[in-house]
Ligand binder design. Sequence first.
Ligand code: PEP
Ligand code: MG
Length: 567
Amino acid sequence: MVRGTGVSEGIGIGFVHILKEQKPVFERHSITDVEKELEKLRNAVGSFVISTEKLAEKLKNEAGEKEADILNGHIMIMKDPVLTSEIEKLIQGGECAESAVEQICNMFISVFSARDDELTRQRAADMEDLKDRLIKHLIGADDIQLSTLPPDTILCARELTPSMTAGIDKEHIAGIITEKGGETSHCAIIARACGIPAVSGAEGIMQLVHDGQKAVIDGATGEIILSPDEETMELCREKKAQYDESVSILRSYKGKPTLNSDGEKYSVLCNVGNAEDIDKVLSGDGEGIGLFRTEFLFMDRKKSPDEQEQFEVYRTAALKMQGRPVIIRTIDIGGDKDIPYMEMDEEDNPFLGLRAVRYCMKHPDILHEQLRAILRASAFGDVKILVPMIADIGELRFVRNMTEDIKKQLSAEGKAFNENIETGVMIETPSACLISDILAKEADFFSIGTNDLIQYTMAADRGNSDVSYLYSVFKPSVLRAIKYTISSAKAAGIPVEMCGEVAADRLMTPLLISFGLDSFSVSPSSVLAIRREISLYTKEKADRIAEAVMQMSSSEEIKEYLVQNNN
Ligand code: PEP
Ligand code: MG
Protein backbone atom coordinates (compact mmCIF):
# COMPACT_ATOMS: atom_id res chain seq x y z
CA MET A 1 0.00 0.00 0.00
CA VAL A 2 1.17 3.52 -0.83
CA ARG A 3 -0.09 6.58 1.00
CA GLY A 4 -0.55 10.16 -0.11
CA THR A 5 -2.83 12.85 1.25
CA GLY A 6 -6.55 12.32 0.85
CA VAL A 7 -7.84 15.53 -0.76
CA SER A 8 -11.28 14.53 -2.02
CA GLU A 9 -13.30 11.96 -0.09
CA GLY A 10 -14.66 8.74 -1.58
CA ILE A 11 -13.49 5.27 -2.55
CA GLY A 12 -12.25 4.95 -6.15
CA ILE A 13 -11.98 1.47 -7.66
CA GLY A 14 -10.70 1.00 -11.20
CA PHE A 15 -7.77 0.68 -13.58
CA VAL A 16 -4.73 2.93 -13.74
CA HIS A 17 -4.39 5.29 -16.69
CA ILE A 18 -1.04 7.08 -16.64
CA LEU A 19 -1.03 10.62 -17.91
CA LYS A 20 2.18 11.13 -19.86
CA GLU A 21 3.73 14.56 -19.56
CA GLN A 22 3.13 16.46 -22.74
CA LYS A 23 4.95 19.73 -22.36
CA PRO A 24 4.77 21.77 -25.57
CA VAL A 25 7.99 21.56 -27.57
CA PHE A 26 9.16 24.44 -29.77
CA GLU A 27 12.37 25.73 -31.19
CA ARG A 28 13.42 29.17 -30.06
CA HIS A 29 14.14 31.39 -33.06
CA SER A 30 14.50 35.05 -33.83
CA ILE A 31 11.98 36.78 -36.03
CA THR A 32 12.09 39.57 -38.56
CA ASP A 33 8.39 40.17 -39.24
CA VAL A 34 7.29 41.59 -35.86
CA GLU A 35 3.75 42.43 -37.04
CA LYS A 36 3.19 38.84 -38.21
CA GLU A 37 4.42 37.47 -34.88
CA LEU A 38 2.19 39.85 -32.91
CA GLU A 39 -0.74 38.74 -35.06
CA LYS A 40 0.14 35.10 -34.26
CA LEU A 41 0.13 35.95 -30.56
CA ARG A 42 -3.25 37.72 -30.80
CA ASN A 43 -4.78 34.72 -32.61
CA ALA A 44 -3.40 32.30 -30.03
CA VAL A 45 -4.72 34.45 -27.16
CA GLY A 46 -8.11 34.60 -28.92
CA SER A 47 -8.36 30.82 -29.35
CA PHE A 48 -7.04 30.28 -25.80
CA VAL A 49 -9.82 32.49 -24.44
CA ILE A 50 -12.53 30.75 -26.50
CA SER A 51 -11.43 27.24 -25.49
CA THR A 52 -11.06 28.26 -21.83
CA GLU A 53 -14.55 29.81 -21.86
CA LYS A 54 -15.93 26.51 -23.13
CA LEU A 55 -14.11 24.58 -20.40
CA ALA A 56 -15.34 27.04 -17.76
CA GLU A 57 -18.93 26.59 -18.96
CA LYS A 58 -18.54 22.80 -18.76
CA LEU A 59 -17.09 23.09 -15.26
CA LYS A 60 -19.88 25.43 -14.17
CA ASN A 61 -22.44 22.76 -15.07
CA GLU A 62 -20.49 19.88 -13.56
CA ALA A 63 -19.04 21.45 -10.44
CA GLY A 64 -20.42 24.94 -9.88
CA GLU A 65 -19.85 28.62 -10.42
CA LYS A 66 -17.02 28.95 -7.90
CA GLU A 67 -14.98 26.18 -9.53
CA ALA A 68 -15.62 27.63 -13.00
CA ASP A 69 -14.16 30.88 -11.67
CA ILE A 70 -10.77 29.17 -11.45
CA LEU A 71 -10.73 29.03 -15.26
CA ASN A 72 -12.38 32.42 -15.62
CA GLY A 73 -9.40 33.63 -13.60
CA HIS A 74 -7.08 32.24 -16.30
CA ILE A 75 -8.97 34.26 -18.89
CA MET A 76 -8.60 37.38 -16.75
CA ILE A 77 -4.85 36.83 -16.39
CA MET A 78 -4.61 36.30 -20.14
CA LYS A 79 -6.44 39.55 -20.81
CA ASP A 80 -4.27 41.44 -18.30
CA PRO A 81 -2.57 44.21 -20.31
CA VAL A 82 0.58 43.99 -18.12
CA LEU A 83 1.17 40.36 -19.12
CA THR A 84 0.45 40.83 -22.81
CA SER A 85 2.44 44.04 -23.14
CA GLU A 86 5.48 42.38 -21.53
CA ILE A 87 5.21 39.51 -24.01
CA GLU A 88 4.77 41.95 -26.90
CA LYS A 89 7.86 43.90 -25.83
CA LEU A 90 10.00 40.77 -26.16
CA ILE A 91 8.49 40.04 -29.57
CA GLN A 92 9.23 43.62 -30.66
CA GLY A 93 12.83 42.93 -29.60
CA GLY A 94 13.00 40.02 -32.09
CA GLU A 95 11.96 37.08 -29.85
CA CYS A 96 9.57 34.48 -31.27
CA ALA A 97 6.10 34.46 -29.63
CA GLU A 98 6.54 31.02 -27.98
CA SER A 99 9.76 32.04 -26.30
CA ALA A 100 8.37 35.43 -25.27
CA VAL A 101 5.38 33.75 -23.61
CA GLU A 102 7.65 31.23 -21.88
CA GLN A 103 10.05 33.85 -20.53
CA ILE A 104 7.41 36.23 -19.20
CA CYS A 105 5.27 33.48 -17.66
CA ASN A 106 8.36 31.93 -16.04
CA MET A 107 9.18 35.27 -14.51
CA PHE A 108 5.76 35.43 -12.82
CA ILE A 109 5.98 31.76 -11.84
CA SER A 110 9.27 32.24 -10.02
CA VAL A 111 7.93 35.30 -8.17
CA PHE A 112 4.76 33.44 -7.08
CA SER A 113 6.60 30.21 -6.18
CA ALA A 114 8.98 32.04 -3.87
CA ARG A 115 6.12 33.20 -1.63
CA ASP A 116 5.28 31.40 1.60
CA ASP A 117 1.56 31.39 1.36
CA GLU A 118 -0.22 28.51 -0.30
CA LEU A 119 -2.59 30.72 -2.26
CA THR A 120 0.15 32.64 -4.05
CA ARG A 121 1.98 29.40 -4.78
CA GLN A 122 -1.30 28.17 -6.27
CA ARG A 123 -1.19 31.14 -8.64
CA ALA A 124 2.18 29.83 -9.85
CA ALA A 125 0.49 26.53 -10.78
CA ASP A 126 -2.24 28.48 -12.59
CA MET A 127 0.42 30.42 -14.50
CA GLU A 128 2.21 27.19 -15.47
CA ASP A 129 -1.06 25.81 -16.81
CA LEU A 130 -1.77 28.99 -18.72
CA LYS A 131 1.76 29.11 -20.17
CA ASP A 132 1.71 25.54 -21.52
CA ARG A 133 -1.74 25.95 -23.01
CA LEU A 134 -0.97 29.28 -24.66
CA ILE A 135 2.22 27.87 -26.19
CA LYS A 136 0.20 24.91 -27.50
CA HIS A 137 -2.21 27.35 -29.14
CA LEU A 138 0.80 29.11 -30.70
CA ILE A 139 2.36 25.95 -32.13
CA GLY A 140 -0.98 24.39 -33.04
CA ALA A 141 -0.57 21.40 -30.69
CA ASP A 142 -3.65 19.82 -29.10
CA ASP A 143 -4.46 20.18 -25.42
CA ILE A 144 -4.18 16.93 -23.47
CA GLN A 145 -7.48 15.17 -24.02
CA LEU A 146 -9.07 13.66 -20.97
CA SER A 147 -12.62 14.17 -22.16
CA THR A 148 -13.04 10.54 -23.23
CA LEU A 149 -11.64 8.00 -20.81
CA PRO A 150 -12.21 4.25 -20.53
CA PRO A 151 -14.74 3.22 -17.84
CA ASP A 152 -13.46 3.12 -14.22
CA THR A 153 -10.31 5.13 -14.84
CA ILE A 154 -7.94 5.86 -11.98
CA LEU A 155 -6.01 8.74 -13.48
CA CYS A 156 -2.41 8.84 -12.33
CA ALA A 157 -0.37 11.97 -13.04
CA ARG A 158 2.63 13.86 -11.77
CA GLU A 159 0.40 16.89 -11.49
CA LEU A 160 -3.00 17.85 -12.88
CA THR A 161 -3.59 21.41 -13.96
CA PRO A 162 -6.97 23.07 -13.40
CA SER A 163 -7.76 22.98 -17.13
CA MET A 164 -6.97 19.25 -17.35
CA THR A 165 -9.11 18.50 -14.28
CA ALA A 166 -11.94 20.56 -15.72
CA GLY A 167 -11.76 18.65 -19.01
CA ILE A 168 -11.90 15.17 -17.43
CA ASP A 169 -14.60 12.74 -18.57
CA LYS A 170 -16.59 12.82 -15.32
CA GLU A 171 -18.68 9.79 -16.23
CA HIS A 172 -15.79 7.38 -16.47
CA ILE A 173 -13.33 8.74 -13.92
CA ALA A 174 -13.18 6.65 -10.73
CA GLY A 175 -10.35 8.44 -8.99
CA ILE A 176 -7.32 10.70 -9.30
CA ILE A 177 -3.80 10.19 -7.95
CA THR A 178 -1.16 12.90 -8.28
CA GLU A 179 2.42 13.09 -7.09
CA LYS A 180 2.31 16.82 -6.55
CA GLY A 181 -0.36 19.13 -5.15
CA GLY A 182 -2.21 19.32 -1.87
CA GLU A 183 -5.56 20.00 -0.35
CA THR A 184 -5.79 23.55 -1.65
CA SER A 185 -4.63 22.83 -5.21
CA HIS A 186 -7.20 23.65 -7.84
CA CYS A 187 -7.20 20.02 -8.93
CA ALA A 188 -8.30 19.04 -5.40
CA ILE A 189 -10.93 21.78 -5.27
CA ILE A 190 -12.45 20.70 -8.57
CA ALA A 191 -12.27 16.99 -7.64
CA ARG A 192 -14.14 17.70 -4.39
CA ALA A 193 -16.79 19.76 -6.15
CA CYS A 194 -17.34 16.96 -8.70
CA GLY A 195 -17.27 14.20 -6.07
CA ILE A 196 -14.23 12.46 -7.60
CA PRO A 197 -12.12 10.62 -4.99
CA ALA A 198 -8.56 12.00 -5.10
CA VAL A 199 -5.20 11.45 -3.43
CA SER A 200 -2.37 13.98 -3.84
CA GLY A 201 1.23 14.08 -2.73
CA ALA A 202 1.73 10.39 -3.62
CA GLU A 203 5.49 10.77 -4.18
CA GLY A 204 6.98 8.17 -6.51
CA ILE A 205 3.63 6.65 -7.54
CA MET A 206 4.39 7.10 -11.25
CA GLN A 207 7.27 4.63 -10.94
CA LEU A 208 5.10 2.05 -9.21
CA VAL A 209 2.10 1.85 -11.51
CA HIS A 210 1.48 0.67 -15.05
CA ASP A 211 -1.41 1.27 -17.43
CA GLY A 212 -4.38 -1.01 -16.84
CA GLN A 213 -3.28 -2.00 -13.32
CA LYS A 214 -6.09 -2.54 -10.82
CA ALA A 215 -6.10 0.08 -8.07
CA VAL A 216 -8.21 1.33 -5.19
CA ILE A 217 -7.88 4.74 -3.58
CA ASP A 218 -9.38 6.16 -0.42
CA GLY A 219 -9.75 9.93 -0.82
CA ALA A 220 -10.26 10.42 2.92
CA THR A 221 -7.23 8.56 4.27
CA GLY A 222 -4.96 8.92 1.24
CA GLU A 223 -4.48 5.13 0.93
CA ILE A 224 -3.65 3.68 -2.47
CA ILE A 225 -3.87 -0.10 -2.92
CA LEU A 226 -2.24 -1.40 -6.10
CA SER A 227 -3.20 -4.78 -7.62
CA PRO A 228 -5.49 -5.74 -4.72
CA ASP A 229 -6.42 -9.45 -4.35
CA GLU A 230 -10.06 -10.50 -4.62
CA GLU A 231 -10.61 -10.49 -0.85
CA THR A 232 -9.34 -6.89 -0.53
CA MET A 233 -11.42 -5.87 -3.56
CA GLU A 234 -14.55 -7.24 -1.90
CA LEU A 235 -13.85 -5.25 1.26
CA CYS A 236 -13.23 -2.11 -0.78
CA ARG A 237 -16.46 -2.58 -2.74
CA GLU A 238 -18.38 -2.82 0.54
CA LYS A 239 -16.64 0.28 1.89
CA LYS A 240 -17.45 2.15 -1.33
CA ALA A 241 -21.12 1.13 -1.23
CA GLN A 242 -21.38 2.32 2.39
CA TYR A 243 -19.64 5.58 1.62
CA ASP A 244 -21.75 6.27 -1.48
CA GLU A 245 -24.92 5.59 0.46
CA SER A 246 -23.98 7.92 3.31
CA VAL A 247 -23.10 10.65 0.80
CA SER A 248 -26.41 10.38 -0.99
CA ILE A 249 -28.29 10.47 2.34
CA LEU A 250 -26.40 13.61 3.39
CA ARG A 251 -26.90 15.23 -0.03
CA SER A 252 -30.64 14.99 0.45
CA TYR A 253 -30.24 17.49 3.32
CA LYS A 254 -28.60 20.11 1.12
CA GLY A 255 -30.59 23.33 0.77
CA LYS A 256 -33.11 22.17 3.37
CA PRO A 257 -33.96 23.93 6.63
CA THR A 258 -32.66 22.39 9.86
CA LEU A 259 -35.62 20.86 11.68
CA ASN A 260 -35.94 18.26 14.41
CA SER A 261 -38.50 15.46 14.07
CA ASP A 262 -41.18 17.71 15.57
CA GLY A 263 -40.50 20.35 12.91
CA GLU A 264 -38.82 22.79 15.34
CA LYS A 265 -36.24 24.98 13.69
CA TYR A 266 -32.50 25.16 14.45
CA SER A 267 -29.56 26.75 12.62
CA VAL A 268 -26.34 25.10 11.54
CA LEU A 269 -23.73 27.83 11.11
CA CYS A 270 -20.02 27.55 10.34
CA ASN A 271 -16.70 28.34 11.97
CA VAL A 272 -14.24 30.22 9.73
CA GLY A 273 -10.74 31.63 10.17
CA ASN A 274 -10.06 33.63 7.01
CA ALA A 275 -11.54 35.06 3.84
CA GLU A 276 -11.04 31.81 1.89
CA ASP A 277 -13.11 29.81 4.38
CA ILE A 278 -16.14 31.96 3.60
CA ASP A 279 -16.69 30.20 0.27
CA LYS A 280 -16.58 26.86 2.06
CA VAL A 281 -19.55 27.97 4.16
CA LEU A 282 -21.54 28.46 0.97
CA SER A 283 -20.48 25.17 -0.65
CA GLY A 284 -21.00 23.32 2.67
CA ASP A 285 -24.56 24.74 2.91
CA GLY A 286 -23.92 26.57 6.20
CA GLU A 287 -26.69 28.94 7.29
CA GLY A 288 -24.27 31.70 8.20
CA ILE A 289 -21.02 32.25 10.07
CA GLY A 290 -21.33 31.31 13.74
CA LEU A 291 -17.71 32.03 14.61
CA PHE A 292 -15.17 34.09 12.69
CA ARG A 293 -11.85 33.48 14.47
CA THR A 294 -10.31 36.82 13.54
CA GLU A 295 -6.93 36.21 15.18
CA PHE A 296 -5.93 34.22 12.08
CA LEU A 297 -6.05 37.47 10.09
CA PHE A 298 -3.27 38.75 12.37
CA MET A 299 -1.00 35.70 12.06
CA ASP A 300 1.80 34.92 9.57
CA ARG A 301 2.53 38.56 8.82
CA LYS A 302 4.72 41.35 10.09
CA LYS A 303 2.11 43.78 11.40
CA SER A 304 -1.60 43.90 12.25
CA PRO A 305 -4.11 44.33 9.44
CA ASP A 306 -5.36 47.92 9.73
CA GLU A 307 -9.02 48.97 10.05
CA GLN A 308 -9.55 49.18 6.30
CA GLU A 309 -8.07 45.74 5.60
CA GLN A 310 -10.15 44.15 8.36
CA PHE A 311 -13.25 46.04 7.22
CA GLU A 312 -12.85 44.66 3.69
CA VAL A 313 -12.64 41.05 4.93
CA TYR A 314 -15.64 41.43 7.26
CA ARG A 315 -17.64 43.23 4.57
CA THR A 316 -16.87 40.40 2.10
CA ALA A 317 -18.16 37.92 4.67
CA ALA A 318 -21.31 39.99 5.24
CA LEU A 319 -21.99 40.39 1.52
CA LYS A 320 -21.38 36.73 0.73
CA MET A 321 -23.70 35.61 3.52
CA GLN A 322 -26.50 37.75 2.04
CA GLY A 323 -28.28 38.68 5.24
CA ARG A 324 -27.49 35.49 7.13
CA PRO A 325 -25.66 35.89 10.46
CA VAL A 326 -21.95 36.73 10.52
CA ILE A 327 -20.69 36.47 14.10
CA ILE A 328 -17.27 38.08 14.32
CA ARG A 329 -15.24 37.25 17.40
CA THR A 330 -12.87 39.95 18.60
CA ILE A 331 -9.25 38.86 18.56
CA ASP A 332 -8.47 35.87 20.80
CA ILE A 333 -4.70 35.86 21.24
CA GLY A 334 -2.66 34.70 24.18
CA GLY A 335 -2.85 31.16 25.55
CA ASP A 336 -1.27 29.05 22.83
CA LYS A 337 -1.80 31.67 20.11
CA ASP A 338 1.24 33.91 19.98
CA ILE A 339 1.67 36.70 17.44
CA PRO A 340 5.34 37.70 17.54
CA TYR A 341 4.96 41.34 16.45
CA MET A 342 2.42 41.94 19.22
CA GLU A 343 5.24 41.54 21.72
CA MET A 344 3.39 39.63 24.37
CA ASP A 345 5.13 39.26 27.69
CA GLU A 346 6.26 35.81 28.84
CA GLU A 347 3.74 34.47 31.31
CA ASP A 348 3.93 31.61 33.81
CA ASN A 349 0.39 30.50 32.95
CA PRO A 350 -0.50 31.84 29.50
CA PHE A 351 -3.91 30.12 29.44
CA LEU A 352 -4.75 31.93 32.68
CA GLY A 353 -3.07 35.14 31.68
CA LEU A 354 -3.53 38.01 29.29
CA ARG A 355 -5.65 36.19 26.72
CA ALA A 356 -8.46 37.38 24.40
CA VAL A 357 -10.61 40.16 25.93
CA ARG A 358 -8.05 40.60 28.72
CA TYR A 359 -5.34 41.37 26.17
CA CYS A 360 -7.72 43.75 24.38
CA MET A 361 -8.45 45.65 27.57
CA LYS A 362 -4.72 46.14 28.10
CA HIS A 363 -4.28 47.14 24.44
CA PRO A 364 -7.50 49.05 23.73
CA ASP A 365 -6.18 50.48 20.43
CA ILE A 366 -6.24 47.03 18.85
CA LEU A 367 -9.81 46.41 20.01
CA HIS A 368 -10.87 49.91 18.95
CA GLU A 369 -9.55 49.43 15.43
CA GLN A 370 -11.21 46.02 15.16
CA LEU A 371 -14.58 47.18 16.50
CA ARG A 372 -14.59 50.07 14.04
CA ALA A 373 -14.00 47.63 11.19
CA ILE A 374 -16.75 45.30 12.45
CA LEU A 375 -19.22 48.13 12.95
CA ARG A 376 -18.58 49.50 9.46
CA ALA A 377 -19.09 46.00 8.01
CA SER A 378 -22.40 45.77 9.89
CA ALA A 379 -23.89 48.09 7.27
CA PHE A 380 -23.59 45.22 4.76
CA GLY A 381 -25.33 42.34 6.52
CA ASP A 382 -26.33 40.71 9.79
CA VAL A 383 -22.96 41.23 11.48
CA LYS A 384 -22.66 40.60 15.24
CA ILE A 385 -19.83 41.06 17.75
CA LEU A 386 -18.70 38.14 19.92
CA VAL A 387 -16.36 38.60 22.90
CA PRO A 388 -14.12 35.67 23.91
CA MET A 389 -12.89 34.53 27.36
CA ILE A 390 -15.36 36.58 29.37
CA ALA A 391 -15.06 35.84 33.09
CA ASP A 392 -16.54 39.03 34.52
CA ILE A 393 -19.36 41.43 33.67
CA GLY A 394 -16.87 44.34 33.62
CA GLU A 395 -15.22 42.87 30.53
CA LEU A 396 -18.50 42.82 28.62
CA ARG A 397 -19.28 46.37 29.74
CA PHE A 398 -15.84 47.53 28.58
CA VAL A 399 -16.47 46.22 25.07
CA ARG A 400 -20.04 47.53 24.97
CA ASN A 401 -18.95 51.01 26.12
CA MET A 402 -16.24 51.12 23.49
CA THR A 403 -18.78 50.00 20.86
CA GLU A 404 -21.11 52.86 21.86
CA ASP A 405 -18.24 55.39 21.66
CA ILE A 406 -17.32 54.15 18.21
CA LYS A 407 -20.92 54.41 17.04
CA LYS A 408 -20.84 58.11 17.97
CA GLN A 409 -17.54 58.59 16.11
CA LEU A 410 -18.82 56.83 13.00
CA SER A 411 -22.04 58.86 13.02
CA ALA A 412 -19.97 62.04 13.24
CA GLU A 413 -17.86 60.85 10.32
CA GLY A 414 -20.99 60.03 8.32
CA LYS A 415 -20.04 56.35 8.06
CA ALA A 416 -22.78 53.71 7.87
CA PHE A 417 -23.24 50.97 10.49
CA ASN A 418 -26.02 48.98 12.14
CA GLU A 419 -27.17 50.97 15.17
CA ASN A 420 -28.68 47.78 16.66
CA ILE A 421 -25.64 45.55 16.22
CA GLU A 422 -25.75 42.67 18.72
CA THR A 423 -22.95 41.81 21.13
CA GLY A 424 -22.63 38.23 22.36
CA VAL A 425 -20.54 36.59 25.04
CA MET A 426 -18.52 33.43 24.67
CA ILE A 427 -19.15 31.11 27.56
CA GLU A 428 -15.86 29.32 27.94
CA THR A 429 -14.84 29.85 31.54
CA PRO A 430 -16.51 28.34 34.61
CA SER A 431 -16.99 31.88 35.88
CA ALA A 432 -18.96 32.92 32.78
CA CYS A 433 -21.10 29.83 33.17
CA LEU A 434 -21.75 30.45 36.87
CA ILE A 435 -22.75 34.08 36.24
CA SER A 436 -24.55 33.30 32.96
CA ASP A 437 -27.80 34.55 34.49
CA ILE A 438 -26.09 37.91 35.20
CA LEU A 439 -24.38 38.04 31.78
CA ALA A 440 -27.63 37.16 30.00
CA LYS A 441 -29.16 40.44 31.20
CA GLU A 442 -26.53 42.47 29.31
CA ALA A 443 -25.57 40.20 26.40
CA ASP A 444 -27.62 39.84 23.21
CA PHE A 445 -26.68 36.18 22.80
CA PHE A 446 -24.39 33.45 24.11
CA SER A 447 -21.94 31.27 22.23
CA ILE A 448 -20.64 28.28 24.16
CA GLY A 449 -16.97 27.63 23.42
CA THR A 450 -16.64 24.06 24.58
CA ASN A 451 -12.99 23.72 23.59
CA ASP A 452 -12.07 26.07 26.40
CA LEU A 453 -15.04 25.42 28.65
CA ILE A 454 -13.92 21.78 29.01
CA GLN A 455 -10.31 22.84 29.60
CA TYR A 456 -11.13 25.39 32.29
CA THR A 457 -13.92 23.38 33.95
CA MET A 458 -11.75 20.29 34.24
CA ALA A 459 -8.52 22.28 34.85
CA ALA A 460 -7.00 20.11 32.10
CA ASP A 461 -4.87 21.72 29.35
CA ARG A 462 -6.64 21.07 26.02
CA GLY A 463 -3.31 20.22 24.36
CA ASN A 464 -1.72 18.02 27.05
CA SER A 465 -2.14 14.30 26.29
CA ASP A 466 -1.19 13.35 29.87
CA VAL A 467 -4.42 14.87 31.14
CA SER A 468 -6.56 14.03 28.12
CA TYR A 469 -8.47 11.48 30.23
CA LEU A 470 -10.01 14.50 31.96
CA TYR A 471 -10.62 16.49 28.81
CA SER A 472 -14.06 15.21 27.81
CA VAL A 473 -17.41 16.82 27.18
CA PHE A 474 -19.05 13.75 28.71
CA LYS A 475 -17.80 14.66 32.20
CA PRO A 476 -20.89 15.39 34.34
CA SER A 477 -19.44 18.77 35.41
CA VAL A 478 -19.07 19.88 31.78
CA LEU A 479 -22.55 18.70 30.84
CA ARG A 480 -23.99 20.54 33.83
CA ALA A 481 -22.10 23.69 32.79
CA ILE A 482 -23.57 23.49 29.29
CA LYS A 483 -27.08 22.80 30.56
CA TYR A 484 -26.93 25.62 33.10
CA THR A 485 -25.64 28.13 30.52
CA ILE A 486 -28.42 27.27 28.09
CA SER A 487 -31.05 27.50 30.80
CA SER A 488 -29.78 30.98 31.79
CA ALA A 489 -30.07 32.13 28.17
CA LYS A 490 -33.58 30.65 27.87
CA ALA A 491 -34.69 32.29 31.12
CA ALA A 492 -33.49 35.67 29.85
CA GLY A 493 -34.97 35.08 26.37
CA ILE A 494 -31.69 35.39 24.45
CA PRO A 495 -30.50 32.92 21.79
CA VAL A 496 -27.66 30.54 22.49
CA GLU A 497 -25.28 28.87 20.04
CA MET A 498 -22.39 26.48 20.46
CA CYS A 499 -19.21 26.99 18.43
CA GLY A 500 -16.73 24.57 20.04
CA GLU A 501 -15.94 21.18 18.49
CA VAL A 502 -18.67 19.57 20.60
CA ALA A 503 -21.31 21.17 18.37
CA ALA A 504 -20.25 18.72 15.64
CA ASP A 505 -20.22 15.67 17.92
CA ARG A 506 -23.27 13.66 16.90
CA LEU A 507 -23.38 11.86 20.25
CA MET A 508 -24.09 15.23 21.86
CA THR A 509 -26.92 16.25 19.51
CA PRO A 510 -29.82 14.82 21.59
CA LEU A 511 -28.47 16.44 24.76
CA LEU A 512 -28.10 19.83 23.08
CA ILE A 513 -31.64 19.60 21.66
CA SER A 514 -32.98 18.71 25.06
CA PHE A 515 -31.09 21.51 26.84
CA GLY A 516 -32.52 24.00 24.30
CA LEU A 517 -29.56 25.04 22.12
CA ASP A 518 -30.68 27.20 19.17
CA SER A 519 -27.67 27.11 16.81
CA PHE A 520 -24.79 24.76 16.12
CA SER A 521 -21.63 26.28 14.62
CA VAL A 522 -19.42 23.64 13.01
CA SER A 523 -16.84 23.28 10.25
CA PRO A 524 -18.41 23.53 6.77
CA SER A 525 -17.83 19.82 6.11
CA SER A 526 -19.99 18.86 9.13
CA VAL A 527 -23.08 20.95 8.30
CA LEU A 528 -25.11 18.26 6.55
CA ALA A 529 -24.22 15.53 9.08
CA ILE A 530 -25.41 17.70 11.99
CA ARG A 531 -28.53 18.83 10.10
CA ARG A 532 -29.37 15.19 9.53
CA GLU A 533 -28.65 14.24 13.13
CA ILE A 534 -30.96 16.98 14.44
CA SER A 535 -33.72 15.74 12.12
CA LEU A 536 -33.63 12.31 13.78
CA TYR A 537 -34.80 13.44 17.22
CA THR A 538 -38.12 14.54 18.62
CA LYS A 539 -37.84 16.76 21.66
CA GLU A 540 -39.38 13.97 23.70
CA LYS A 541 -36.79 11.42 22.60
CA ALA A 542 -33.94 13.91 23.22
CA ASP A 543 -35.36 14.67 26.69
CA ARG A 544 -35.53 10.97 27.55
CA ILE A 545 -31.86 10.53 26.64
CA ALA A 546 -30.80 13.69 28.48
CA GLU A 547 -32.72 12.74 31.59
CA ALA A 548 -30.97 9.39 31.76
CA VAL A 549 -27.53 10.88 31.08
CA MET A 550 -27.83 13.62 33.69
CA GLN A 551 -28.35 10.96 36.38
CA MET A 552 -25.06 9.23 35.53
CA SER A 553 -21.82 9.76 37.37
CA SER A 554 -18.99 8.95 34.96
CA SER A 555 -18.04 10.02 31.46
CA GLU A 556 -17.45 6.38 30.45
CA GLU A 557 -20.99 5.43 31.41
CA ILE A 558 -22.43 8.49 29.69
CA LYS A 559 -20.53 7.96 26.46
CA GLU A 560 -21.45 4.30 26.29
CA TYR A 561 -25.12 5.13 26.83
CA LEU A 562 -25.02 7.79 24.10
CA VAL A 563 -23.32 5.41 21.66
CA GLN A 564 -26.00 2.80 22.30
CA ASN A 565 -28.79 5.32 21.86
CA ASN A 566 -27.31 6.97 18.77
CA ASN A 567 -29.39 6.70 15.60
C1 PEP B 1 -13.78 27.27 22.05
O1 PEP B 1 -13.05 27.52 23.00
O2 PEP B 1 -14.63 26.35 22.03
C2 PEP B 1 -13.70 28.09 20.83
C3 PEP B 1 -14.55 27.95 19.83
O3 PEP B 1 -12.65 28.95 20.75
P1 PEP B 1 -11.16 28.53 20.32
O4 PEP B 1 -11.18 27.08 19.92
O5 PEP B 1 -10.80 29.43 19.20
O6 PEP B 1 -10.41 28.79 21.57
MG1 MG C 1 -11.96 29.38 23.04
